[in-house]
Ligand binder design. Structure first.
Ligand SMILES: NC(=O)c1ccc[n+]([C@@H]2O[C@H](COP(=O)([O-])OP(=O)(O)OC[C@H]3O[C@@H](n4cnc5c(N)ncnc54)[C@H](OP(=O)(O)O)[C@@H]3O)[C@@H](O)[C@H]2O)c1
Length: 333
């Protein structure tokens, strides 16, 4: 089959279109014919080597964390899916590789594709929506009436985060640039701040929760808009020790990670707020729940561009520009 691979860490190298053996579904896996994949910042970070200590992949590596497609084979122990099912998934770490014609995915990480959206739209959903689900529902237990600040509301994560937070009954503040104001308002944002001309720290006060996806300075400012007992959940670092334990890092790596988050944890403690890092996990059950919210029009996919498989590298460059409005999709079939 055709797949885009990398054979070393590099920010500049392009993905290589190569012929690789088609995967075979193991007993708990489904073989998916990939119709569409979406690009995530994580693909760019893995490619550059930024995650090599945390996620040590082997080469050649097929990137790609989101898939929508059709089941064309099932392992002997698969019970929830059959050949012909239209599905979507975020494959687990070390089982990624959706920038290809086929991928085998553990059935626990797969969900039926919502019927009311296209394959391209479905591929836009898994990684970002699971991130937001795990942040708001699992970790923060976001409740009706709470105030949440979602940075970069026009991005892949932000566009879904706004919609889920509104569905949970929260008041949503977000940052974006002026050109994206209408987009984030249409998704339900209550307070919209132009990060290029305004300082959110002078506008937002007594927030319950921040979803941090930007740099260290933004993270520090975010701590100061929380009310006592409020929470910052960061998806852009620094990682913390519970995360290091969760992914089974050695004592030495845990110590390194503890050091990386020392400053922000100290600042959070002084302000009587909580800091934690989230690295999203594959989860087919949660993805099914998200699928129901899509089928009932609570959440709508936001797709910026759909490019053909042949233009994978153009799609990667566009995402690396940091200007995407929602998600960038590559149509494989
Ligand atoms: N830990 C995890 O599990 C996890 C999961 C998903 C994502 N992430 C991380 O979260 C971050 C965001 O991911 P994403 O997929 O949402 O990225 P993205 O889709 O590439 O974000 C692009 C958007 O960000 C906006 N933006 C850029 N700089 C901004 C700023 N300083 N303030 C406000 N908005 C800004 C841009 O709007 P303008 O064009 O208006 O500037 C654009 O619409 C990345 O670092 C990613 O790696 C982590």
């Amino acid at each position: 089959m055709k797949a885009y691979t990398i054979s070393r860490y590099s920010k500049e190298d392009k993905l290589q279109l190569t012929d690789v053996p088609q995967p075979v579904a193991k007993e708990n896996e489904v073989l998916i014919e990939v119709h569409s994949a979406s690009i995530n910042q994580l693909d760019l970070k893995l490619k550059s080597g930024e995650f090599k200590m945390l996620l040590p992949y082997k080469f050649p590596l097929i990137l790609g964390h989101d898939v929508a497609g059709v089941v064309v084979g099932v392992g002997a122990k698969v019970s929830r899916f059959k050949v012909g099912d239209e599905v979507f998934a975020r494959p687990a770490d070390f089982r990624i590789g959706t920038f290809a014609e086929f991928i085998a995915v553990n059935e626990n990480d797969v969900a039926l594709k919502p019927k009311n959206i296209s394959m391209e739209q479905a591929a836009s959903i898994p990684l970002v929506s699971l991130t937001v689900w795990q942040a708001f529902i699992e970790k923060a237990k976001l409740k009706k009436g709470q105030k949440v600040f979602i940075q970069a509301g026009s991005g892949g994560v932000g566009t879904i985060a706004i919609q889920l937070a509104k569905h949970l009954g929260a008041t949503v503040a977000t940052t974006t640039s002026a050109a994206n104001f209408e987009l984030v308002k249409s998704l339900g944002a209550d307070v919209v701040i132009d990060y290029k001309t305004q300082d959110f720290e002078t506008i937002l006060k007594d927030y319950d929760l921040v979803l941090n996806s930007q740099d260290e300075k933004t993270l520090e400012k975010s701590l100061r808009i929380l009310k006592p007992g409020g929470k910052v959940i960061s998806i852009s670092g620094p990682p913390d020790v519970p995360f290091a334990k969760e992914i089974g890092l050695s004592w030495l790596m845990r110590t390194v990670i503890s050091f990386l988050s020392r400053k922000v944890r100290k600042q959070a403690k002084q302000l009587n707020v909580d800091y934690s890092f989230l690295f999203m996990q594959a989860n087919g059950k949660q993805l099914s729940e998200i699928g129901k919210l899509i089928e009932t029009d609570v959440i709508r996919p936001v797709v910026d561009k759909v490019l053909p498989f042949e233009q994978m590298n153009e799609a990667m460059s566009y995402v690396s520009s940091g200007r995407a409005k929602g998600k960038v999709i590559v149509k494989v079939k």
